[in-house]
Design a protein around this ligand. Structure first.
Ligand code: BDP
Length: 711
């Protein structure tokens, strides 16, 4: 490819700080520009509504940047290479072409190469304005990723209805589990000052098809529901509206007491019900297209219906009744575990919610984390998927890397998401994948959705690191279509964010694709989980024990002793396997057949247990810890050799972060080996270096100001 020959010539002259995300729109290589110009010679796009204005502006900005020249606009097709964008309402041409827009839905679109009066034209058509905006982003993506614009015939519509970001942002701008600086929501200056950044946020999300955002932390503050804050939220909703994004708020269940002067928040109390109804009326007067509430109830100390002896369904339905007249939705979280039931935390959400199947109102979605513990580097899929046929379940992924090395570790989460989405629950026979459970097709639900805990903050690069932008990106693309491949998405992102040069793209995609397995290897191999340091979760803490509750310690999860290691969740142990459908349950229950990556999740095995490699378990653990560190070293070397394809600023930061990651991967390996060796009592296999320090050294490390800790 010609662009590969002279990378320096196509790099921008100015510094790059990552602020432009994947919407950089830098000029394409000269060799390609000519071909693209022939397919993009004029733009015909209405500007009668805010969404049309946004669509037209994005195309002019994108095409102007990519082609290096301002694109002429026109009312009609006057030359070859015209681009027509619109709906039957906004564009007479779309009507005239008689396109089949029937099953695109409100947000879908088609992109097709057609002839208009004998002139080669690309039409981007949709039923609604927002679909045309999504189509415009897709069209730009084709150019950004160096694809042909000829003979296009694409149809796209989202598989999931709600595609949400969950911000765990407090009103004082502290972001729980945030590693990208303060919250982007500058509540104090809102509503009078509306930072232009909010528009860029909306553009980035719309480019992926994200259509919902929950602005505040699930550990919610009732103040967000007060009139002053609703005005602020309304200002944000106004910015997002043209981009098809609706705002939601996390609702604190005890709000009627905290901001409403009531003595109770009992969901069956008529005064409480009235309070929520009138609060909903007030919200919709302020924000007519408000999305609804996200609720964390009776979980980790949050208030909820169980404080009054009521069920989660009774709590959710009370809020549902308040929102129903306005068309709002309740997203009720299934992340609950109680102090009383300490037998196995992994079993608790299932035990709590399955009996409530069928008891939730139609506008309630149950939001379920991908695994039953908590966003670990690897978890088997949550047994609730498929187990509540009468209730629509939405997925909750974590984009921010609370348990995966914060912002400095390069860990591409696409393979984690994909692994969960493709897992087969066998709920209604083979092929009942998690993706099909959440898209509603397994049980015929209309309501469907996915939520991603955002990794966005006020840092210039939004996500705390350049590569963490890829996690926002892949989340959004999979929320649009959960069957996409994480590798293909990684490639898209690399091309849009860095370079189309294959000599850069291939090694970087390879780095990314193996990076999550590497993190699993150096942190929690073979099904180990929740071994991070207490509280802030930065770094290893397999020795963590004691404190307020057993399931907030590491020893609870790894159960290592002189005899062996692992949590016995088989039929002989906690029997968590029984929460899966029989075929899956039998596989997980059988130590011979359980996928090895979940061995210690489901089984307690002796240190000399023979693993599939032939190595005894202890040796296999050491091997994997070491392999993880080795992978990071390789990523670092590989990245060092790619300097000529990337601007110096971004190259240097990624390089420095990989240095941090290598150091911390080594720390994880060494601390884990030092600790587990006190129990296994076994020597390191030949050729493996001992930990650099004693166990005491690792145990004594403290990180008093580690970012993002809950508070
Ligand atoms: C845990 C986080 C905590 C969150 C909680 C949740 O450590 O900060 O509040 O999840 O999802 O992973 O509610």
């Amino acid at each position: 490819m010609a662009i590969a020959c002279a990378p320096a010539a196509v790099l921008p002259a100015h510094a790059e700080d990552g602020h432009d995300l994947w919407l950089r729109y830098r000029q394409v290589a000269a060799s390609q520009a000519q071909g693209y110009r022939a397919q993009a010679s004029q733009l015909i796009a209405a500007q009668g509504t805010p969404t049309q204005v946004a669509t037209r502006a994005e195309l002019l900005r994108g095409l102007g940047g990519l082609l290096g020249a301002t694109l002429p606009t026109s009312e009609t097709v006057t030359q070859d290479g015209a681009i027509v964008v619109g709906t039957a309402h906004s564009s007479p041409l779309v009507t005239r072409l008689g396109l089949d827009l029937g099953n695109l839905g409100a947000e879908g679109y088609l992109i097709r190469s057609v002839l208009v009066d004998g002139r080669r034209t690309t039409v981007i058509a949709a039923r609604e304005d927002i679909g045309a905006l999504h189509g415009a982003f897709h069209f730009l993506r084709l150019m950004q990723t160096s694809q042909s614009l000829e003979r296009l015939d694409l149809r796209e519509s989202p598989r999931l209805k709600l595609r949400a970001l969950n911000h765990w942002d407090n009103l004082d701008r502290y972001v729980e589990r945030g590693y990208a600086g303060a919250s982007i929501w500058d509540w104090h200056k809102l509503p009078d000052y509306v930072d232009p950044r909010y528009t860029d946020y909306a553009r980035a999300n719309a480019s992926l098809g994200i259509n919902a955002t929950v602005l505040n932390n699930v550990n919610a503050n009732a103040l967000s529901l007060t009139p002053a804050y609703l005005q602020k939220t309304a200002a944000l909703a106004g910015v997002f509206r043209p981009y098809g994004i609706r705002v939601f708020l996390s609702a604190r269940f005890s709000a009627p007491m905290e901001i409403g002067d009531l003595k109770t928040a009992d969901p069956l109390d008529p005064a409480v019900q009235r309070w929520w109804r009138s609060k909903a009326d007030e919200i919709y007067r302020t924000i007519p297209d408000f999305g609804g509430f996200l609720v964390k109830a009776n979980s980790e100390g949050q208030p909820g219906p169980q404080d009054y002896g009521r069920s989660h369904a009774e709590g959710a339905n009370m809020l549902s009744d308040a929102l129903t007249p306005h068309g709002g939705t309740v997203m009720w979280r299934a992340f609950v575990y109680s102090n009383e039931e300490t037998n196995d935390r992994a079993k608790q959400a299932y035990a709590e919610f399955v009996p409530l199947d069928g008891k939730f109102r139609d506008n309630v979605l149950l939001q379920v984390k991908n695994g039953a513990i908590d966003f670990q580097p690897r978890e088997p899929f949550h047994p609730l998927f498929g187990a509540m046929p009468a209730t629509p379940l939405m997925m909750e992924f974590q984009i921010t890397k609370e348990y995966l090395g914060f912002a400095t570790h390069l860990v591409y989460l696409g393979p984690l998401y994909e692994e969960t989405l493709r897992a087969d629950t066998h709920a209604r026979g083979e092929g009942s994948t998690v993706a099909r459970v959440i898209d509603g097709s397994v049980d015929g639900h209309v309501l469907s959705g996915m939520a991603g805990v955002a990794n966005i903050g006020a840092d210039r690069n939004w996500s705390g690191s350049h590569f963490d932008q890829a996690n926002w990106y892949v989340y959004g693309r999979l929320a649009w279509n959960p069957t996409l491949s994480s590798r293909a998405i990684a490639e898209e992102w690399v091309r849009m964010t860095f370079s189309n040069d294959d000599r850069f793209v291939s090694p970087v995609v390879e780095m990314m694709m193996g990076s999550r397995q590497a993190a699993v290897d150096y942190m929690t191999p073979l099904g180990l989980h929740h071994l991070m340091a207490r509280g802030h979760h930065h770094g290893p803490g397999p020795w963590v024990h004691g404190g307020p509750r057993a399931d907030w310690t590491s020893v609870y999860y790894h159960r290592a002793s002189k005899q062996g290691i692992g949590f016995d969740r088989s039929t002989r142990g906690s029997n968590a396997v029984a929460q899966y459908f029989p075929r899956v349950a039998r596989q997980f229950d059988d130590v011979q057949r359980v996928p090895e990556e979940f061995l210690l999740w489901f089984h307690d095995v002796p240190w000399d247990y023979k693993t599939r490699s032939g190595r005894p378990l202890w040796d296999e653990l050491v091997h994997r810890y070491t392999r993880g560190v080795g992978y990071v070293r390789e990523m670092r070397d590989s990245w060092k050799g790619l300097g000529r394809y990337v601007d110096a600023e971004r190259h240097a930061q990624v390089d420095a972060f990989l240095g941090i990651q290598e150091k911390e991967a080594q720390w994880w390996r060494d601390a884990s080996i030092a600790y587990f060796q006190t129990l296994s009592g076994r020597p390191l296999p030949p050729g493996f270096a001992p930990p650099a320090h004693s166990l005491d050294y690792y145990e004594a490390l403290e990180f008093p100001n580690a970012p993002g800790d809950g508070r």
